[in-house]
Write a new protein. Structure first.
Length: 287
């Protein structure tokens, strides 16, 4: 059952022109709409990729389907899409993607940038390696995005990985697999990676993830987020199942790039490659 949005708070920064909204559950949600300027499918991407990250134990926001009524849009002047040319376009009512707003409204509890000393002191710095594995698996076509939050009396921040809309190459649902895609802009978060063990337990969890888990998550996506194109969604999911065995080579391509992201990696160590996965279809997809 979708969460009903009861009030619009403000427009958020970013290309999707999301709205911060209060839900009937009394939580704040960052809501991305079907007619956002990026692509309709980014809603499906957000739900699928974020739930996959959650399934392998990475720190991501709580996500859900949020229902926004036509009445609320019509009676809230700020609920429209700004266009480069032409009149603003009202937001589409119905089922939208919602990401639970992190931290709170007090300044300094949630930030999108940290200086180097605080970045290295993150409570979950190691998870950047796990998220890199997830981004390579899902073909994130954007740079890795994260926000940093702390509790009121805490000193150290925690990274939460947000904005999975450009996984699966945004609206294309393809996997170009370029070495520098899906990576965080600052090498410092990767500076302590010494080898494949630094990607555990997340890498093995991806490689061994039950295909039923992937298909069951996709079962939660409202059909209007991909125009009911079931064959396209099935094809995407089948590729994800097969790609579990490609994550290590994709990480290695980034390791060997001119970014030189892993200065402590000992390339002389021989690593056993896991067995190849079954390349066949993993079962019929049922919505």
């Amino acid at each position: 059952m979708a969460i009903l949005a009861v009030q619009a708070i403000r427009r958020m920064r970013g290309g999707a022109q999301s709205q911060l909204m209060l839900g009937a559950d009394r939580n704040l949600w960052v809501v991305k709409f079907q007619n956002n300027p990026q692509h309709l499918r980014v809603l499906a991407n957000e739900l699928l990729a974020t739930r996959l990250a959650e399934a392998v134990g990475l720190t991501v926001p709580i996500t859900d389907v949020v229902e926004v009524s036509a009445w609320l849009i019509a009676n809230t002047p700020s609920m429209h899409i700004e266009q480069a040319h032409g009149q603003p376009q009202p937001l589409t009512s119905g089922f939208q993607f919602g990401s639970r707003f992190l931290g709170g409204l007090l300044p300094g509890l949630v930030v999108d940038y940290l200086p180097e000393p605080q970045l290295e002191d993150l409570r979950n710095l190691r998870e950047f390696a796990g998220m890199l594995a997830l981004d390579k698996w899902t073909g994130n076509a954007n740079g890795r995005q994260a926000v940093f939050d702390r509790r009121l009396r805490e000193r150290r921040y925690r990274a939460t990985f947000i904005d999975q809309g450009f996984c699966f190459n945004a609206g294309d649902w393809t996997f170009p697999d370029l070495p520098l895609r899906g990576v965080f802009a600052r090498n410092r978060v990767y500076s302590r990676i010494t080898g494949w063990s630094s990607f555990e337990p997340w890498l093995t969890r991806i490689e061994e993830l039950d295909p039923d888990t992937i298909f069951n998550i996709a079962d939660l996506i409202p059909p209007e987020w991909y125009l009911g194109d079931m064959p396209a969604l099935e094809h995407l999911l089948e590729q994800l199942v097969r790609r579990r065995s490609r994550v290590r080579p994709l990480i290695a391509a980034f390791r060997d790039s001119n970014r030189e992201p892993f200065p402590l990696w000992d390339t002389k160590v021989t690593i056993a490659v896991p067995p190849q996965f079954n390349q066949g279809v993993m079962g019929k997809f049922v919505m």
